[in-house]
Write a protein that binds this ligand. Sequence first.
Ligand SMILES: NC(=O)c1ccc[n+]([C@@H]2O[C@H](COP(=O)([O-])OP(=O)(O)OC[C@H]3O[C@@H](n4cnc5c(N)ncnc54)[C@H](OP(=O)(O)O)[C@@H]3O)[C@@H](O)[C@H]2O)c1
Length: 297
Amino acid sequence: MSKRRIMHMITPTDSVSPFDVNMAVDAGYAVIVPHCGIGESSVADFVQDAIFSRPPKSASTTGMFIGGGDVNRASEMLEIAKGAMVPPFEVSVLADPNGAFTTSAALVAVIERCLKEHASANLKGSNMKIFGGGPVGLSTAVLAKERGACVSLIRLTASADDGSVSEFSARFGVDIDSRRAVENSERLAEAADAQVIVTTAKAGIQVLGQEAVDQASGLLIAADVNAVPPTGIEGVEVMHNGDDVVCKWGSFKSIGALGIGRVKYKTQLEMLKSMLTSEDSLVLGLSDAYTEAARHA
Ligand SMILES: NC(=O)c1ccc[n+]([C@@H]2O[C@H](COP(=O)([O-])OP(=O)(O)OC[C@H]3O[C@@H](n4cnc5c(N)ncnc54)[C@H](OP(=O)(O)O)[C@@H]3O)[C@@H](O)[C@H]2O)c1
């Protein structure tokens, strides 16, 4: 009898994401088990408890998903999980805290597609301002920087933690320019010289109003990930997927949350499916999410 496919969902927080549970079931996992309160100190024992329960070389029968809301913790846990395997006893592991790896991968891939189609350009050398340094903003900054964009990560709250930026960028060997713009006047000044504007604020918060795009006369693309009204940039609607938005000086291309969400969904689904079909164990993180997203943008 073939083994039922089990997904262990682990998180340092006190609950797993229903979105991720649904995605795992839709990808083909038959049994989903949530494990809360699993962090860096317990993940190696946890992996080793799982790998010996099934025959060697059967990585496709047991999967692990690392969630939570902290990209640094999830990345560290992914590394620890990888190091805890005892080949040929292995499982496949995917990290996607807050959905940030698959969402940022989709965001960057869709922006690249849009730049190519509408401006015969790519991210290399483009002046990109990312507003919001949560999990999605931080992951987007790293992916865009890796692709040659001149990235500024604009923090939105006075309490924003700078340590998370330096720790995460150091993992990928990039340097992210990060500063704060809490007041509207500061945000307007930051947006003014951008060619690509991305907003990744908490759901339901408008970061930039019409005035911001009206004075950003070199703007090629504005993208927002927030699906809860109001959108993060006035005029950028959730369904936009490279639509033209007219402003004071001309027009720019607009990408909304569902234009990005469509690619994020396919990216996460295909990564989960690959864990179920690969004969070798897979350890999938932010860079793998980008590779997958680029196929679907
Ligand atoms: N479209 C999709 O497929 C998709 C998928 C997943 C998530 N999302 C969306 O992506 C967005 C970002 O999610 P996330 O997980 O990175 O983080 P998040 O916890 O939703 O917050 C992101 C950032 O918002 C800023 N922020 C928080 N409170 C604020 C306030 N009162 N005023 C202004 N800014 C505030 C903070 O920026 P600083 O740290 O810079 O201060 C925070 O780090 C959310 O809107 C989420 O719904 C979309």
